[in-house]
Design a protein around this ligand. Sequence first.
Ligand code: NAP
Length: 327
Amino acid sequence: MKKAVSLAVVGATGLVGRTMLRVLEEREIPLSDLSLFASPQSKGKTLVFRGKPHEIQTLEDGARAADYALFALRNRLAAEWVPQFRNAGTVVIDNSSYFRMHNGVPLVVPEVNEHALKHHSGLIANPNCTAAIASVALAPLHRAFRLSRLILSTYQSVSGTGQRALEELEKETANSTYPPQIYPRPVAFNLFPQIGDFNAAGLCVEEQKISEELQKILDAPELSVTVTTVRVPVRVGHSLSIFAEFEKDIALTEANELLRRAPGLVLMEGQEYATPLGCEGRDEVFAGRLRQVPRNQKALLLWVVGDNLRKGAATNAVQILEKLIEK
Ligand SMILES: NC(=O)c1ccc[n+]([C@@H]2O[C@H](COP(=O)([O-])OP(=O)(O)OC[C@H]3O[C@@H](n4cnc5c(N)ncnc54)[C@H](OP(=O)(O)O)[C@@H]3O)[C@@H](O)[C@H]2O)c1
């Protein structure tokens, strides 16, 4: 039996925070105490957890000491507040991208690199939603055949940007002249190949994050990863079209068998494939349309979908917590 721990959920009212509370309930994580934090706007409001109302505190007012904290704040706030919880002896699992590439901070997807948890020093980073989803499908193939090159095109939902972006999608859908405030272009009835600002090399922030985070999670620093990230008018669920090339020749039957047995993955076989609507609310990653590349024995194509709020954020964070409690 797992021991009960005290837990802080920081950013509890946001899309990821609320999903973390749901996942904590579903997975029956034993808690001796739960404290919830959000912005001053939410101070004094309550969220119901396991049938009981819990009052929301601000970071300035609340005590920072708990055994563990699940953080779901924007980067700037995470940079300011994660160290304060760590200094109070709390082990933090952080959803922001701020610490992910820092040396000594494990970036963990439990199905892929649980071993990295052995070396944490009070902070574990939860990966980018798309990188986490992709890694679950790629890791079993990488272990068997060693990836040498990835070319990814992503189709990322609006909930990936948080609550206010979902509200923007609703408003644009109801009124085609509503001026976008969150995104650089209207997202309703549209899509655009830009997630975050562009750097001097022409990559947007999300493309860079997915490349470097996949290299870190898969422990493949030399892996060539090329990404084009596209925002699409889907509420929940990120999809990817993946071209994966390996060092060795790869047989489709063997790849199918590996994915059939892969933890956290559902393989859709034959003509089946997953859609974001079909994956919403599911913790697993879905892979389908697995096929060989013509005239290239070393490469495969596949279609991968996952719920960005679950495996891309909340479920993965709670799985990390489960692993830490078990240790
Ligand atoms: N959405 C995804 O699919 C996803 C996936 C992976 C990682 N992430 C990362 O997870 C983090 C949270 O994302 P989200 O989508 O949940 O965002 P969100 O829906 O916008 O929620 C943001 C949360 O931050 C809280 N907050 C804002 N200012 C605060 C302050 N001054 N003090 C304390 N709390 C404050 C908000 O509280 P109020 O409600 O009181 O304003 C809310 O609880 C981000 O770093 C994001 O990049 C998100």
